[in-house]
Design a binder for this molecule. Structure first.
Ligand SMILES: Nc1ncnc2c1ncn2[C@@H]1O[C@H](COP(=O)(O)OP(=O)(O)OP(=O)(O)O)[C@@H](O)[C@H]1O
Ligand SMILES: [Mg+2]
Length: 331
């Protein structure tokens, strides 16, 4: 079609149990391909009846084999292994349907590979086929049915391929919606936190709405931890009116803060920025007087910096002396 080559194949699901990585592996292929799944639910009563009929058929075949064994003179427990496996699988399926609230679905699983050249197409189909084999399935080209296959692959909701496979609810469920946990909070202040690796959906979170708004960025050296923190800061700066306070021992964030016209305060013995420990904030506390709290703080500060090992002597303690002592220290 156009200048593209394409080939439709169906996936024969031979494995009794499927792994949810299969679909992800198909979608991870580098070449372009369309995966279509037609899922049709089956009436529960009809499904149970069908399975029961199959079990009866298998039992009959088993009895035939046993008769043959007796006639030929060998142990009648020896029956073809396929027969034994199918019998067990069918019984398990019946039990799932009857007691585990499973339903039956008929699934048609199609894959449309496309490529620029016929040769490239061959390679792509081969690659898809090896993925199918990895999960105990087989990829079979839809011979003489390519047009029906193409129509069934298009998003028209029409299945013209009559090859179907019965699967239970849990086996069908692995195809949708991949096993991803989506994290998408609506809201004006939801920030971008990356892309879900499996579903490629955005991860949007408003930390302030979470039960615990704290976050931790983990990663190997050089994997982009600082980058992600800076990106979050920029996102937060552009979107919200929140205050951003960075405590940064390595002065890594100073250029970013300067770009955002923020204030960089350097605290070090050689810097020109100072902190005034006696600065008084009248909103310091709701119940106690800010003044007495501040005096307590300064007392313990002095105890730490001038008191030495034993702390302050009782005579040094009265607050007036302390404040005098402090002011002489500053001058
Ligand atoms: N999403 C990204 N897109 C493009 N470049 C990126 C991305 N994330 C990180 N980088 C680049 O990768 C390099 C390392 O990133 P960064 O310094 O953030 O890693 P780190 O985890 O903080 O490292 P360290 O453990 O040394 O602190 C930087 O040059 C950064 O620009
Ligand atoms: Mg870093």
């Amino acid at each position: 079609m156009g200048k593209k080559y394409g080939a439709v194949s169906f996936v024969q699901i031979l494995a009794p149990e499927l792994n949810d990585r299969m679909l992800a592996d198909f979608l991870d292929m580098e070449s372009s391909l369309i995966v279509s799944l037609h899922v049709q639910s089956l009436d529960q009563v009809k499904a149970i009846k069908t399975v029961k009929r199959k079990i009866t058929d298998l039992d009959r075949a088993k009895i035939e084999e046993q008769k043959k064994a007796v006639r030929a003179g060998y142990d009648m427990d020896i029956i073809p292994s396929d027969l034994a496996t199918y019998g067990n699988e069918a019984k398990k399926l019946l039990q799932d349907l009857q007691s585990r609230n499973e339903r039956m679905f008929l699934v048609t699983f199609l894959i449309l590979n496309t490529a620029d050249t016929a040769r490239q197409l061959g390679n792509n189909v081969f690659q898809a086929s090896s993925i199918a084999q990895k999960y105990n399935c087989q990829l079979a080209r839809l011979d003489f049915q390519q047009e029906e296959g193409l129509m069934s692959c298009l998003p028209l909701g029409q299945n013209q391929v009559e090859i179907q496979r019965g699967l239970t609810t849990s086996s069908t469920a692995i195809f949708i919606p991949f096993t991803t946990q989506e994290l998408f909070q609506n809201g004006k202040e939801a920030l971008y936190y990356g892309i879900n690796a499996l579903s490629n959906n955005l991860i949007m979170v408003d930390r302030k709405k979470l039960k615990n708004p704290n976050g931790l960025i983990l990663g190997t050296p050089g994997s982009g931890k600082s980058f992600s923190a800076k990106r979050e800061i920029a996102n937060c700066f552009l979107l919200t009116t929140d205050d951003i306070i960075v405590c940064d021992p390595e002065s890594e964030y100073a250029p970013l803060v300067e770009r955002l016209h923020g204030q960089v305060i350097k605290i070090s013995p050689t810097s020109g920025d100072y902190i005034n420990p006696m600065d008084l904030n009248l909103d310091y506390s709701d119940d106690e007087s800010p003044l007495s709290l501040k005096s307590d703080f300064i007392l313990s500060l002095c105890e730490l910096i001038v008191g030495g090992k034993e702390g302050l002597q009782p005579v040094q303690k009265p607050s007036s002396t302390v404040v005098c002592g402090w002011s002489t220290m500053i001058t």
